[in-house]
Design a protein around this ligand. Sequence first.
Ligand SMILES: Cc1ncc(COP(=O)(O)O)c(C=O)c1O
Length: 432
Amino acid sequence: MSKTSRRNFIKKNILSGLFLTSAIPLLRAENALKKESSIPQLKENSNNYNNIDWSTVRQQFLFPKEKHYLNTGSLGPSPKIVINTICEAMEKLETSVSHGRHQIAETHKKAAQFLNVTTDEIAFTRNATEGINIAARSLRLKKGDEIIITTHEHVGGASPWLALQKDIGVIVKLIDLDFNGENNLQIIKNNITQKTKVIAFSHITCTTGMKLPAKAIVDVCRSKNIYSCIDGAQSLGMFPIDLLDIDPDFYASSGHKWLFGPKGTGVLFINKKIIKHIDPVYVGAYSDSKFDLNSLTMEYRTSAQREEYGTRNTPITLGLGSAFDFINTIGIDNIAKRSRELVTHFRSQVDKIPEIEILTPKSERFSASMITIRIKGKDNLKLNPILNKEKNLRMRGIYENNINGIRISFAVFNSFEEVDMLANALKEIVKA
Ligand SMILES: Cc1ncc(COP(=O)(O)O)c(C=O)c1O
């Protein structure tokens, strides 16, 4: 199939719900998605930013239009194509009673292309946390080795390193970041010692949506023989990412946030430069290049996929593949641009309100699609659920690092009207 006809095929399937035919009633995607005809068409050339009808994009998601979902940073809803793919694959595999493992290769390819790396450097996990655990446990660290992490890490990004501290006595060095973004590279550099073996950081922090200079940090790591582990839970699917260019040792992400993939999926990149120097964490069928029980022989594959031991959930992995298709159909550049416009519009509404602090850097170099705000003198963690209950504005309270803020995620299905609703709700709170 040529590239163009393939693109058209994907587009047609993504946008017309073609996968809905001939399903067993209980599994039938149609049950969840109602009538096929209710799935609208995006315009041709929709990957030209000016031609994109964002309301049509919104219609690809099942949650009701009254729900103003501004919490993709916690959990991204899946579009219809992802749900259809899972349902159809499950039906087919159950009908033929097969695990369908070989089909996963297609999704490896999609993930690798999306990140500009080789398929051998991609392994699928259950979530970002699992990916970071694999990174932490696969390095041959020992007592006294230092690991730098930041005070802005998510529990899933920090725990694997803290566990190593408990288990083998590595030293976790916790560093604070500059909320403006400008000084973070220097702060990290200042904390490196002869004993530093790993720098683990979020590409986009879960706290304030701040972007860290990933490439510059990785460059420092390479120059000093330090492993780099990027927590990409908040960046994959948010904006274009070229891992060949950034060149980290590990990049771990969720499939279920900004990619809008199935829950229980994750993507782990392991750089081919290091694979021979690290050990797999879990092993089993598919981890080996050679296995003979009688002679007690086991040799590992030199592919990240050696971490995909045993029987896998093929339907959700194929659903993850459709999530990449969905993103590619709109275009990751367009997605990033749309979020930026929503963020800019939001900022223009709240910038002038003295009671509201914006904790996320304004510069595009240090921010992307999430913003964290704090209403001065209020318990923002209590306000957040009230905004959800009374205004249907769903966001995430930020308790981490004692920030006492509200994090807003601006995704493809959000509209300028929703931004206005939020801004007006905040103005009301401030006036009250
Ligand atoms: C920066 C960061 N890392 C890790 C995680 C954990 O992700 P998962 O639940 O996919 O393991 C999150 C979730 O919000 C996150 O924001």
